[in-house]
Design a protein around this ligand. Structure first.
Ligand SMILES: [Fe+2]
Length: 280
């Protein structure tokens, strides 16, 4: 097994491993690499849904698909694996998120115990577009200017549960009229990683968030400034997918986004996630 950095501060490619053969893996070394680099890339993998579930489960307890993915459960035989895809079969989307841009976000920060890790396997990728970028919110906090830091330390951010990262309203929700009363949950704006002890910004996503205790206009202005900082490419790494890639990232530390792609091309990703705990 070889570990090679792919960007200045985040991301590592792990080569010379077949991760479907979980018995052959040095799990302690992989876990340490994941904690050190925030996101791991394995190229040239052959993964069935079952194999992806087995590999993911080496790092924690798997979560079942969120309710919004319920339509894809049947064909996966009830396994805790689901599709992210724009492909329509028999008149029905086989997965979620379509072909549009997914804004910067951390996965499912709108629940009490957001997932620690997310894992994606690229089964089919479009000829161009659909790249996924990751950004390090530990570096973002380290480089935050004192004025912004003073304004956000000790604050909580309310995370909206009604809207997806591509801006769609989830099934069973109405659109958000006032971010102060959006459905969801609040978490500390700055969190401490439970395994590494390092601190990071934890803002979820820009859309429909609200900083508790501030006037709406103050919250909007502060969030705009914070997000402008978080989008600094210095903290980021962009992954250009190939079929056979597996990427696993740490949601406690990283945010990610996806470029749009041609909706007439096909992109099929298998997805798992690991159960988390309450950010503190
Ligand atoms: Fe995501």
């Amino acid at each position: 097994m070889e570990i090679r950095r792919v960007a200045a501060s985040i991301g590592a490619e792990i080569s010379d491993v077949a991760i479907c053969d979980t018995g052959s893996l040095d799990l302690a070394a992989l876990r340490q690499a994941w904690l050190d680099h925030g996101v791991l890339l394995f190229r040239g993998q052959y993964m069935t849904p079952t194999a992806l579930a087995h590999f993911s489960a080496c790092f924690g307890e798997l979560e079942p698909p969120p309710a919004s993915e319920a339509g894809t459960r049947e064909e996966l035989g009830g396994q805790p694996v689901w599709y992210i895809s724009n492909v329509v079969e028999n008149g029905k989307q086989i997965g979620s998120l379509g072909a549009g841009e997914a804004e910067w976000h951390t996965d499912m920060s709108y629940i009490a115990e957001p997932p620690t890790a997310s894992v994606l396997f690229a089964q089919e990728v479009p000829p161009s577009g659909g790249n996924t970028s990751f950004s390090d919110m530990e570096a973002a906090l380290d480089r935050l200017d004192d004025d912004l830091r003073a304004q956000i330390e000790g604050r909580s951010v309310h995370h909206d549960s009604s809207t997806t990262s591509v801006g769609d309203t989830r099934r069973g929700y109405d659109g958000v009229q006032d971010v102060r009363t959006a459905p969801g949950i609040s978490h500390p704006a700055v969190r401490t990683h439970p395994e590494t002890g390092r601190r990071s910004l934890y803002l979820g996503r820009r859309r429909n968030t609200y900083i508790e205790g501030l006037d709406l206009a103050e919250s909007e202005a502060l969030l705009d400034r914070l997000w402008e900082h978080c989008r600094n490419p210095d903290f980021a790494w962009t992954h250009v997918w190939q079929a056979g890639d597996v990427v696993m990232w740490d949601n406690r530390r990283m945010i990610h986004r996806r470029d749009p792609f041609d909706p007439n091309s096909r992109r099929i990703m298998l997805r798992t996630q690991l159960r988390g705990d309450r950010p503190s």
